[in-house]
Design a protein around this ligand. Sequence first.
Ligand code: FE
Length: 133
Amino acid sequence: MIEKTEDEWKLTLSSEEYKVLRQCGTEPPFSGKYVSHKDDGVYVCTGCGNELFSSDTKFDSGSGWPSFWAQMGDSVETREDTRYGMVRLEVICGNCGGHLGHVFDDGPTPSGMRYCINSAALDFKASDEEIQE
Ligand code: FE
């Protein structure tokens, strides 16, 4: 579990990443770099590098945010978010606590889950990079 002060996070994250990860911000739909990204690999947390989602579970939800129907292992945690007069399940990184997005139960089979994640919270590691490590 990574813990940093807000000043330390500001030094290591871009302002857009900071807004999403540390202030529970949401990037505008269809603005993020991974919305239509289809390469094979693993999406990791921008804040700490924790492996969060596999490209195998990415699907086109039409929402304007990168969407996945499963997380990798127990890499993320959820907690109730009641802001804006809605009850939603917030998705946070299990390693650094950074805000990633929300999860809904209207996703595709096999899980029925839809992890709706901000591109700013994600970095991408292509499969061929993983083999070299
Ligand atoms: Fe993280």
